[in-house]
Design a protein around this ligand. Structure first.
Ligand SMILES: Nc1nc2c(ncn2[C@@H]2O[C@H](COP(=O)(O)OP(=O)(O)OP(=O)(O)O)[C@@H](O)[C@H]2O)c(=O)[nH]1
Ligand SMILES: [Mg+2]
Ligand SMILES: [Zn+2]
Length: 381
């Protein structure tokens, strides 16, 4: 098998209502080992199901960056490490060079790898792949959500500089989703930016008002807000200025134009996009796998599948308030030091809300998310 390229399949994903079991939650950091060589020693060759090719020499570990995943196969960009000897390659294979991408499968701790992870692998020929990932480098950060049942963390991408939350007036934007992303990014110390795409469709007066009222709650937060048109190219240069110095990810509902933005940023890229459904007003979940692209002038951007909802992971309800950044300057003046800003007397956040200094929509989303988290944490077994 030679260099692998990734193409999208069109299978949908089904998510049912979340049923939180927060007591079962475990830190996702637990799986990671600092020293992959220790890991190889811990799990002998037989346990890793290695072929005879691997002779127990841990210096044969190779390092790469996960740029995509499809089922059990990870696409890894080879970054450094041991070059396999000529005998490794079969007759029909062309030996890879550093920087090339190859298919890998994973064993043991390697299975925790996600897009953006630095992984350690061994050269290992199999039906599916050329490499076997056995360890994942500790992450700087990760975008994590609760899985559909709310029982496990689902890591969407690792080692990010910025999350671009993409929306459009069509499909209808949901500020609740944006606020959940903002919280998840804040928890993990990842910068954010808001993109309002498809502005070419919303230039008339009526839509401009709608657009402004949608964006208003976010205007006072310290986050960049970009109004763009992926299809017309408006504002794309401004976005490029951010992207070129960072590794970032486009997230949001299906149909908002994440892949279209990628297509406009990378000349010649022609990834599949699909119209928003007339019947439901929603996107059609065209992108099904996250993929990392390297931009010509620097920077890396990950296109991700549109999501229906985003459940916060490992968030005790009483900590939520710390991740609504505009509350923080007032919270110090609340009478109770552990004020939740929900019902307490002498609450400085509620006073600021009354004075219009905190946006009502953001506050209402805070209450909604708080209630959701409370439901999860008190759910009976
Ligand atoms: N008018 C207009 N249409 C756009 C723009 N950007 C995207 N679209 C259209 O919106 C539809 C959805 O775009 P996609 O790029 O597939 O959206 P996506 O966010 O990648 O969707 P998923 O992959 O399903 O998550 C397509 O029909 C695009 O042509 C834009 O700036 N203006
Ligand atoms: Mg897409
Ligand atoms: Zn308060």
């Amino acid at each position: 098998m030679s260099k692998q390229q990734k193409k999208k399949t069109k299978t949908g994903s089904h998510k049912s209502k979340r049923q939180g079991r927060s007591n079962h939650r475990k830190s996702y950091h637990r799986n990671f080992h600092r020293d992959p060589q220790d890991l190889l020693k811990k799990h002998p060759e037989e346990e890793l199901e290695l072929s005879d090719y691997y002779d127990g020499d841990v210096s044969k570990l190779v390092t790469g960056l996960v740029v995509s995943r499809k089922g059990p196969v990870y696409i890894v960009r080879w970054q450094s490490g041991y070059m396999p000897p000529p005998k490794f390659w079969s007759e029909e294979q062309t030996p890879l060079q550093l920087g090339d991408e190859l298919s890998c499968i994973a064993r043991r701790e390697g299975k925790a790898a996600v897009i953006g992870d630095i992984v350690h692998f061994l050269w290992e020929q199999s039906d599916l792949a050329l490499g076997l990932i056995v360890a994942v480098e500790l992450r700087d950060n990760a975008l994590v959500r609760a899985d559909a049942l709310g029982r496990r963390p689902q890591t969407l991408a690792a080692n990010l500089d910025r999350i671009w939350i993409v929306s459009a007036l069509d499909p209808q934007p949901k500020s609740g989703l944006i606020d959940r992303y903002l919280v998840a990014a804040h928890v993990n110390h990842i910068n954010v930016g808001l993109i309002l795409n498809k502005v070419d469709l919303f230039m008339d007066e009526e839509h401009v008002d709608e657009l402004e009222s949608f964006l208003e709650p976010y205007r006072s937060l310290q986050v960049p807000i970009l109004l763009l048109s992926a299809t017309e190219g408006d504002g794309v240069d401004q976005l490029n200025d951010y992207l070129k110095a960072e590794r970032s990810v486009f997230v949001g509902h299906s149909g908002v134009g994440k892949t279209s933005l990628l297509n406009s940023l990378i000349p010649g890229l022609d990834e599949a996009v699909t119209e928003v459904s007339d019947a439901t007003g929603k996107g059609q979940h065209t992108t099904t796998t996250s993929t990392l692209y390297t931009l010509e002038h620097g920077g890396e951007i990950i296109d991700s599948p549109g999501i229906r909802s985003f459940g916060l992971w490992d968030m005790p309800p009483e900590q939520l308030k710390d991740h609504f950044s505009e509350f923080l300057e007032y919270a110090e003046q609340c009478y109770f030091h552990n004020c939740t800003h929900l019902h307490e007397p002498k609450c400085a956040v509620l006073d600021a809300l009354d004075r219009g200094e905190i946006h009502i929509e953001r506050y209402e989303n805070y209450v909604r998310i708080y209630d959701d988290l409370l439901d999860e944490s008190t759910e009976a077994y």
